[in-house]
Ligand binder design. Structure first.
Ligand code: SF4
Length: 257
């Protein structure tokens, strides 16, 4: 038989031939049930908290690394008050930027890092000067990879820039609360770190979810971690996803561990 003739049988498509993995299907379904129940509990749709442009969101996220929100917020405000534009921050003497960032942790590291990222964005062939507006038209994966090539930008920051900023793109950030809840519910393995959990948790969400629904998913899991599934002494007795939790240390409904 001529393998290249029209009569030759088509080679099997491995993806089409492979039966769906029941465990993977069950995990996707579980992620949707978690989403629905926590959205019900925490009132989705949830208003976007930020109206920053993407460049401002990026700087804000860089300042927030390992810093309390209130402190990084004060540092961001001081930076904006002292310098009229991001170009002015980029071109200022680093000591002046460091002074403005005094309220956040490690201003001596964050000042040169912010300035280096601002310079790199300015010089990038893809951008029109110091702006991230180009990311509005890129596929989310490409935009995240591009952002993560800058020193200090990891998966949480790249997702935050795309989702929280006025770009409003469907990228899933994972903070420590979101991560803890996902681990206890068995959506990710108990040993998976925050970094790789971004891809693992995003892969559980439907591809056609819009930015609001992805935002709701992140916010609902985060709020559950903040308001119920505490790091110490979680309030399992009033947990809306109690039956889905696989954490061996979860407390019985009567309060006992
Ligand atoms: S049952 Fe307890 S540990 Fe499990 S998700 Fe709910 S609050 Fe967290």
């Amino acid at each position: 038989m001529d393998l290249f003739s029209d009569d030759a049988p088509a080679p099997p498509d491995p993806a089409a031939a492979a039966p769906p993995d029941p465990a993977a299907v069950a995990l996707h379904e579980k992620a949707l049930v978690v989403h629905d129940r926590l959205c019900e509990a925490y009132g989705c749709p949830i208003d976007f908290f930020s109206t920053k442009d993407p460049l401002s969101e990026l700087v804000s996220a860089l300042l927030s690394h390992r810093t309390k929100n209130a402190d990084s917020g004060r540092a961001y405000t001081q930076l904006r008050e002292r310098f009229p534009t991001w170009e002015a921050v980029r071109d200022a003497p680093t000591d002046e930027v460091k002074e403005a960032l005094a309220p956040c942790t490690w201003p001596e590291q964050k000042a040169p890092r912010v300035q280096a990222v601002l310079r790199a964005i300015t010089d990038a062939p893809e951008t029109d000067g110091l702006s991230l507006d180009v990311l509005a038209d890129w596929p989310v994966d490409r935009a995240r990879r591009w952002l993560q090539a800058f020193k200090g930008v990891g998966p949480k920051t790249s997702a935050a820039v795309l989702l929280f900023s006025t770009l409003r793109r469907p990228a899933l950030p994972v903070d420590s609360h979101h991560h803890r809840v996902a681990q206890r519910l068995g959506l990710i393995p108990p040993t998976m770190a925050v970094g790789p959990s971004h891809d693992a948790l995003a892969a559980l969400l439907p591809l056609d979810w819009d930015a609001q629904t992805v935002y709701d998913d992140h916010e609902a899991l985060m709020l559950h971690g903040q308001k119920c599934c505490f790091w110490r002494n979680p309030a399992c007795g009033r947990c809306p996803v109690y039956d889905l939790c696989v954490w061996p240390e979860k407390k019985g409904r009567g309060g006992a561990a």
